[in-house]
Design a protein around this ligand. Structure first.
Ligand code: XUL
Ligand code: CO
Length: 441
């Protein structure tokens, strides 16, 4: 059975194509600095937004037309697998990602849930044999079911902690079975609503214990995926313990987990935390903690996690700049944790949205590579910090100085001269790179 009969295989047709179902900028085979675009970008499709999501919102029912929704229960889960692999093939995408509940319905008991999962995992494994699409990461949903109302690994209820652990144990087994390259922990409810009823220390200690046990079990079964933690400041909780990369890193260091995890950084989570996307990528990169990316964007006028497909080219340029400076994403990738808008409800819109996101990151990649080749920002930064390359500045960075000598030096200073940061000029140069990269092709 096929589900996307109005769409054929999506090909690269170049900037002048007016075929809506073609890539204009993403040319998977194009070589950028010795690697293909496909190898660098490592795009992934989110199962939940693409095959499970019905586009309901707090004010209205789902609008999505999904041909597989004519089935129910396990039949629908199986139809989704068929649709998913047809979609992956037509998009020619190298990766996908899922939560346990995206692929198989929960049963009345954990045993039944695991049985449902086994059936679908077997089916996915079969499909993967004939497909180029691999599993970038899997995870478990320990936030939607009412049992997780007070959290999972940070719940006040020990039975919930136990249940959450059992689900992650199964998730690790599923990841191993399907050869996942990473395993993600997004703690949807690992935070609190109010301190008035919260033992924060116990909750965080328990979360630390939870992650250690997960790591022990992954090692025990020989599942060598990279563990990823996905920070988000809030929503659905009012405060999440891994608020952003900086607080997540402090958490990991405190619980001696910094060698076990890297970060999965989501653009819309960064902006919810009051940061730019590139800030979060940069912070992770300079600490050698950048693992993978959930590629999406927020709406500038809305405060919440809108999970839009990424189309903001400034953001894709600056994020690809960070990723290239990181030497790529290693085992990570660019997973579209993004959903079509509620008004884009046809099955074809799922293709259009992914094409828009893939083309936007392809533009980001090419412009960022040019910026790096020409050392545009490197030159700015080198010049701006040149005072630390000699004299007193060099003594500071080499640690050859103390407050006595600094005071002595300060007393001898006649005039302190700062130089312009040239921010507008730099932004104009980035615009120039953005606008000229494709005009010559
Ligand atoms: C929620 C979110 C999740 C994680 C995986 O905001 O980003 O979908 O990516 O649980
Ligand atoms: Co995400």
């Amino acid at each position: 059975m096929t589900y996307f009969n109005n769409v054929t295989n999506i090909k690269y047709e170049g900037v002048n194509s007016n075929n809506p179902f073609a890539f204009k900028f993403y040319n998977p085979e194009e070589i950028i600095n010795g690697k293909t675009m496909e190898e660098i970008l490592r795009f992934g499709v989110s199962y939940w937004h693409t095959f499970t999501e019905d586009l309901s919102d707090p004010f209205g029912d789902g609008t999505a037309i999904r041909p597989w929704d004519k089935y129910q229960g396990m039949d629908r889960a199986k139809a989704r697998v068929e649709a998913a692999f047809e979609f992956f093939e037509k998009l020619s995408v190298p990766y996908f990602c899922f939560h346990d509940v995206d692929i198989a319905p929960e049963g009345d008991t954990l045993k039944e849930t695991n049985k449902n999962l086994d059936v679908i995992v077997d089916m996915i494994k079969d499909y993967m044999k004939d497909s180029k699409t691999k599993l970038l990461w899997n995870t478990v949903n320990n936030f939607s079911h009412p049992r997780f109302v007070h959290g999972a690994g940070s719940s006040n209820n020990a039975d919930v902690f136990v249940y959450a652990a059992a689900k992650v144990k199964k998730g690790l087994e599923v990841g191993k079975e399907l050869g996942a390259e990473n395993y993600v922990f997004w703690g949807g409810r690992e935070g609190y609503e109010t301190l008035l009823n919260t033992d924060m220390k116990l909750e965080m200690d328990n979360l630390g214990r939870f992650f250690h046990m997960a790591n022990d079990y992954a090692k025990e079964i020989g599942f060598d995926a990279q563990f990823l933690i996905e920070p988000k400041p809030k929503e659905p909780t009012s405060h999440q313990y891994d608020f952003d990369v900086a607080s997540g890193y402090a958490f990991l260091q405190h619980y001696e987990l910094e060698d076990v995890f890297k970060f999965n950084i989501e653009a819309n989570h960064a902006t919810l935390a009051g940061h730019t996307f590139e800030h979060e990528l940069h912070y992770a990169r300079i600490h050698n903690m950048l693992g993978s990316v959930d590629a999406n964007q927020g709406h500038p006028l809305l405060g919440w996690d809108t999970d839009e497909f990424p189309t903001d080219l400034h953001s894709t340029v600056l994020s690809m700049y960070e990723i290239l400076k990181n030497g790529g994403l290693g085992r990570g990738g660019l997973n579209f944790d993004a959903k079509v808008r509620r008004g884009s409800f046809t099955p074809e819109d799922l293709f259009s949205a992914h094409i828009a996101g893939m083309d936007s990151f392809a533009v980001g990649l090419k412009v960022a590579q040019r910026l790096i080749d020409d050392k545009v920002l490197e030159k700015v930064i080198e010049e701006r910090y040149k005072s630390f390359n000699e004299g007193i500045g060099l003594d500071i960075v080499e640690g050859n100085i103390d407050f006595h000598r600094l005071e002595e030096h300060a007393l001898g200073l006649k005039e302190i001269k700062n130089e312009s940061g040239k921010l507008e000029q730099i932004k104009a140069t980035i615009n120039q790179y953005l606008l000229t990269t494709f005009t010559s092709e």
